[in-house]
Design a protein around this ligand. Structure first.
Ligand code: PFF
Length: 456
């Protein structure tokens, strides 16, 4: 295809894995997964989530990387290139547009939550966790959310960090950051897990996460699990497509996707196993406490553990960095689009998108204080609404369109050529899932999710 020569390709072998893991592992794993599992019955949610990852997330991820690598451009133009090659309708280009929009919307609230982690880095470093109990940890979190100027200040700082990396290009800064930081985060999570098992109620935490109670299954939980599978793997919005567009042609997409999927899932489960034993051993904190769960339970652990000030600071720093590498992939598709389509300068494209995301993020800031009880947006406050529209609507929709396009409309020859490293059996299995199973499941869950939302 024409654009291949012009488009940058990552030189080092592991870079796609690192960049995709950097995008996938973020607040979704450490902050969001535990709290939505906590609110939706623990084990029942975890089971649905794992099924969604295997039957939908991973096959769709292969499709998304493949689209990016075939089109060799930003999501909008990559899809255009592929539809041109296959002679299919230009209507499919909406996939790229959805993606750019979803990324922008997620970035707007992601930077506010990442702002919380920045604030917690400084609190930890000042020794602010020492001696916290359930009540005081909750009060501290509430006090932060009541302080709008602090929220805006941290949100701004985080967005500036993100812009900085994108201005210097995806490969240089990101590669080094992910290569060093991801393993460090992993080690720290192991330390936390072991410590939580030691001081907390490990049996209760593990059984909450892994014992499946039929009665806890719910339509809402199922739809959240599906949305979260897309969110946590950064799927359905072109981030992974953009990274796929930089992937050398001779690398195996399936193997790479499996590695990223496994790493992402393991990190989420480890975060759960670090948080829930503490939740069950602490008075005044419960699994259903919502979006503050990590910010309430973990400071209690750090406050009580030896060298907790150091560990606490390091942990929140690493979570911020994990969020950072995810935010980069939220911003990059829109920026790449403005550059490649409208010939924007990289810096101005960045500043424009980041400023708009900042502005929209103020709505999320307000959702944790003045607007927390507002029901203007389909009965939800602003933050819950943006979260719902992105995770439960735009990402699954983007993902299912990719699966349908790749499974039904893309030339088989192009698919086989992108997946030529895979055996015939692997190819056929993947193709059957992506053609029939994933779209059917996503549509089903999507419809019952909408039904559940508006009927009940
Ligand atoms: N996967 C990221 C997380 O789990 O925190 C969030 C995310 C990043 C979603 C990039 C979508 C995306 F394109």
């Amino acid at each position: 295809m024409k654009s291949v020569q012009k488009h940058a390709i990552w030189r080092r072998k592991g870079t796609f894995i690192l960049a995709a893991t950097g995008s996938a592992v973020g607040l979704g794993n450490i902050w969001k997964f535990p709290y939505i599992a906590g609110e939706n019955g623990g084990g029942a949610f975890v089971l649905m989530y794992l099924l969604c990852i295997c039957l939908i997330g991973l096959p769709v991820m292969v499709a998304e990387v493949l689209l990016g690598r075939r089109g060799r451009a930003n999501p909008i133009m990559a899809v255009q290139a592929v539809t041109r090659e296959s002679g299919s309708s230009r209507g499919w280009n909406v996939i790229g547009l959805f993606g750019v929009l979803a990324g922008f919307l997620i970035l707007s609230y992601y930077s506010v939550i990442a702002g919380w982690t920045l604030e917690y880095v400084t609190t930890a470093a000042r020794g602010g966790f020492v001696g916290l109990d359930g009540e005081s940890a909750k009060r501290a979190f509430e006090a932060l959310n009541a302080n709008k100027s602090a929220l805006v200040q941290w949100q701004t700082a985080f967005l500036c960090m993100t812009v900085l990396v994108i201005v210097f290009g995806v490969t240089r800064g990101l590669e080094t950051a992910v290569r060093v930081l991801m393993p460090l985060l992993f080690v720290l999570l192991v330390v936390l897990m072991v410590y939580a098992a030691y001081v907390g109620d490990f049996a209760a935490g593990a059984s909450f996460l892994f014992s499946f109670k039929f009665s806890e299954l719910s339509l809402k939980g199922l739809s959240l699990a599906l949305g979260h599978a897309f969110f946590t793997l950064s799927l359905g919005m072109g981030a992974i497509m953009t990274y796929g567009s930089y992937m050398p042609s001779h690398h195996s997409i399936v193997k790479t996707v499996l590695i990223v999927g496994i790493l992402d899932t393991v990190v989420a489960l480890m975060a759960g196993l670090a948080i829930f034993p503490i939740v069950f051993a602490t008075q005044g904190v419960s699994p259903g406490d919502g979006s503050g769960l990590m910010f309430i339970s973990l400071p209690i652990v750090f406050g009580a553990m030896p060298f907790g000030t150091i560990f606490g600071t390091l942990f929140f720093l690493l979570v911020t960095l994990a969020a950072w590498s995810s935010a980069i992939s939220l911003l990059e598709p829109a920026v790449a689009y403005l550059i490649q389509r409208f010939r924007f300068h990289r810096l101005s494209a960045n500043l424009l998108i980041a400023s708009l995301a900042w502005l929209l993020g103020l709505g999320t800031v307000m959702s944790f204080n003045d607007w927390s009880d507002s029901t203007y947006f389909l009965g939800m406050n602003f933050f819950n609404f943006i979260d719902f529209i992105t995770a439960s609507v735009l990402l699954p929709l983007g993902g299912v369109l990719m699966a349908i396009y790749v499974g039904w409309f893309m030339q088989r020859r192009s698919l086989r050529s992108e997946l030529r490293q895979e055996s015939r059996k692997t190819f056929t299995r993947w193709f059957t899932i992506v053609r029939y199973v994933s779209p059917a499941l996503v549509l089903l869950v999507f419809l019952i999710g909408l039904y559940g939302k508006f009927a009940g």
